[in-house]
Design a protein around this ligand. Structure first.
Ligand code: NAD
Length: 260
């Protein structure tokens, strides 16, 4: 039980990596606040955790709205007494807008740019700041950001907003880590690459898109897609007391991808 009695708030935990980690955190003894835009899937995640004997509650939160983040922290305080672990994991890949070369990404819209900055970076800053208020009152805590391998090794020729926003999270991690180190609040980031979520499963299920996954596999020195459980393992360690010496750590979970 690595997270016994800890209260963990995870954004974007109705699906994918966040959902897998919510289930894992609960199995490690945490009381988990599941939060997302997708209320039906969020409720399903909570039901799944409870059916396994774990403790969880759902709170709708659009992380791009600071008022929603405030309501999320209030919910955690009222439901479980405060926040020990805050993981900003919610995210979207954004629209694809390949470089045209001379025109340099003419397809990037203002709306997509703002969306990427808001869902990853703005939400990370304001969410973590709100969580810190509660952590200071509790004598410490642990913050985790989901960045991306794309922030460490940007995909050349692809739309820039996603990797730039994710890179911003790495800087935020380091700045907050130093600022909060004397307050017993640790701040770390993970940088996943090519994780088997519903999106990858969808590509694999279709003969016309299967090749996209083959292309991803070729970029992985391990020669395979990584599993959500492998991300949940790393996240559990980073937010737990086992990682008490780690802050400002930016951990690639990429099967060697960014070492190429
Ligand atoms: P996913 O789509 O399966 O899950 C993301 C969740 O975030 C969804 O439940 C979605 O509803 C939620 N979400 C999106 N916008 C939101 C908002 N404004 N407010 C609240 N919730 C919102 O995706 P995933 O692959 O599990 O991705 C999780 C995180 O990991 C993301 O930040 C993503 O950028 C990052 N990531 C994923 C991979 C990968 O290979 N899957 C690689 C690198 C980074």
């Amino acid at each position: 039980m690595q997270l016994k009695d800890k209260v963990a708030v995870i954004t974007g935990s109705a699906a994918g990596i966040g959902r897998q980690a919510a289930v894992r955190f609960a199995s490690e003894g945490a009381r988990v606040v599941v939060s997302d835009l997708d209320d039906a899937a969020g409720a399903e995640t909570v039901a799944h955790i409870r059916s396994g004997g774990g403790e969880a509650a759902y709170c709708h939160s659009d992380v791009t709205r600071v008022s929603d983040l405030e309501a999320l922290m209030k919910f955690a305080a009222e439901t479980y007494g405060g926040v020990d672990i805050f993981w900003h994991n919610a995210g979207t890949a954004g629209a694809s807008a390949p470089s045209s070369g001379a025109g340099y990404h003419p397809g990037v819209t203002e709306q997509d740019w703002d969306q990427q900055m808001n869902v990853h970076l703005k939400a990370g800053f304001f969410g973590a700041r709100l969580a810190v208020e509660q952590m200071l009152a509790r004598g410490g805590g642990s913050i985790l950001f989901t960045s991306s391998a794309a922030a460490l090794k940007p995909p050349v020729g692809n739309a820039p907003a996603y990797p730039i926003a994710k890179h911003g999270l790495i800087l935020l991690t380091k700045m907050m880590a130093v600022d909060l180190a004397r307050h017993n609040i640790r701040v770390n980031a993970i940088c996943p690459a090519s994780i088997r979520t519903a999106m990858i499963e969808g590509l694999l299920a279709d003969e016309t898109t299967k090749g996209i996954v083959d292309g991803l596999v070729q970029q992985m020195p391990m020669g395979r897609i990584l599993e959500m459980d492998e991300v949940a393992n790393c996240a559990t360690f980073l937010v737990s007391d086992q990682a008490s010496a780690l802050t400002g750590t930016v951990l690639p979970i990429d099967g060697g991808r960014t070492s190429l």
